[in-house]
Ligand binder design. Structure first.
Ligand SMILES: *Cc1c(COP(=O)(O)O)cnc(C)c1O
Length: 366
């Protein structure tokens, strides 16, 4: 017990003088809403992922909604997705008037299991939306093949996976992808999101949907709303993007250090050929998880559960009639996952302390 140790939070956004200066520059420029910095940020982020186009929006949820609409998802359609994610994965589908259809996950990475998708495809299926949960790529090549076979759109929920790769190809380039820049994500713009795609027509539709459905001012041919990012946010994003690779490498090294030390919990796995960017470092525990979290908290180690309730069990999803799903692996995951600090601000001594404390608590000495 080291009472003098500062508490280690599970997430910690890193912002500094460069972000402050960038924001002040925008304030002084007088161009606050979408302008040249949004364009620069879009080019820089497209370049980072390797996608041909990027369209910046207000947040990651908006990025999902716009990506779905730009791929033609609307009322009466079904979208196959994972029940083991943040609620926005499903509510974005519902916001388009479509039905989320939940398919179980692969126990290896807790991502949508491609082997279970085909039996869920119907005449109404319009798209498949995997999530690269915790920063580990879903089995994206197999999902891409299913989309090609059944002529479905592929929407990647890459909100947690900036810079993640499958066979050296970055996520965000396999279909139409949505990223989030919420403060706890691997980089931030305060609030923000971006859509990436290699398809020029999809990108153009995203730009129109983001801006009230107008390709020409005051002529509205498409249904759109105001989903524009501000230049204030984009200026922050440009600074953050410069740090992203170093932060990602730090996350990966931190994860390695934790996994080398932790002995009493099941540590996360990385599939051969994939780059896991450790938005979350999530272990599996069989002990009473609430008690484990409380003991960690007392000893100065923050933790979180992503996510305690699978989406199909959420009250609003049940009320809307989307709660039917046979997904035992997702249900088991929801009961056993526990995320530990892995963020780039951690130091070697922090990592040692986290691992040691986790093992002691799990051994019953906590
Ligand atoms: C954060 C997140 C979102 C939503 O992004 P916001 O920017 O918070 O709207 C969507 N899906 C997943 C998996 C997320 O983690």
């Amino acid at each position: 017990m080291t009472a003098d140790r500062p508490f280690i939070p599970v997430a910690k956004p890193l912002v500094g003088a460069a972000e402050r200066d960038a924001v002040i520059e925008v304030l002084e420029s007088g161009q606050l809403a979408q302008g040249p910095r949004v364009t620069s940020f879009e080019e820089a982020f497209a370049n980072y992922t390797g996608a041909r186009h990027a369209v910046a929006v207000t947040n990651g949820t908006a990025a999902l909604v716009v990506a779905l609409q730009a791929n033609g998802v609307g009322p009466g359609d079904e979208v196959i997705t994972t029940p083991f994610s943040f609620i926005a994965t499903a509510t974005s589908i519902i916001a388009c008037g479509a039905r989320p259809v939940f398919v179980d996950i692969d126990p290896f990475d807790l991502n949508l299991d491609p082997d279970r998708i085909e039996e869920a495809v119907t005449e109404q299926t319009k798209a498949i939306m995997p999530v690269h949960l915790y920063g580990h790529p879903a089995r994206i090549e197999e999902i891409r093949e299913l989309c090609d076979e059944f002529e479905l759109a592929l929407i990647e929920d890459a909100a947690q996976a900036h810079g993640a790769e499958h066979n050296e190809q970055r996520v965000g380039t396999f279909g139409t992808a949505a990223f989030s820049f919420y403060p706890t994500k691997n980089m931030t713009t305060g609030e923000g999101g971006i859509i990436t795609t290699n398809d020029e027509e999809v990108a153009e539709r995203c730009r129109v949907i983001r801006n009230h459905g107008q390709a020409r001012r005051y002529y509205h041919e498409t249904f759109g709303l105001n989903w524009r990012m501000t230049d204030l946010c984009a200026a922050i994003g440009l600074v953050q993007l410069d740090h992203l690779e170093a932060w990602t490498e730090a996350r990966i090294q931190n994860a390695i250090a934790l996994s080398e030390r932790i002995e009493r919990a099941e540590t996360p796995r990385v599939r051969q050929g994939d780059r896991h960017v450790f938005h979350q470092y999530t272990v599996r525990v069989s002990a009473d998880r609430d008690a484990v979290q409380r003991k960690l908290e007392t000893r100065g180690v923050g933790s979180a559960v992503h996510y305690p309730v699978p989406i199909h069990h959420q009250p609003i999803i049940q009320e809307l009639g989307f709660g039917d799903a046979d997904v035992p692996i997702a249900e088991q995951a929801a009961q056993t996952v526990l995320s530990l600090p892995v963020h780039p601000a951690l130091e070697g001594a922090d990592l040692e302390y986290i691992a040691e404390t986790v093992d002691e608590v799990l051994a019953g000495n906590g």
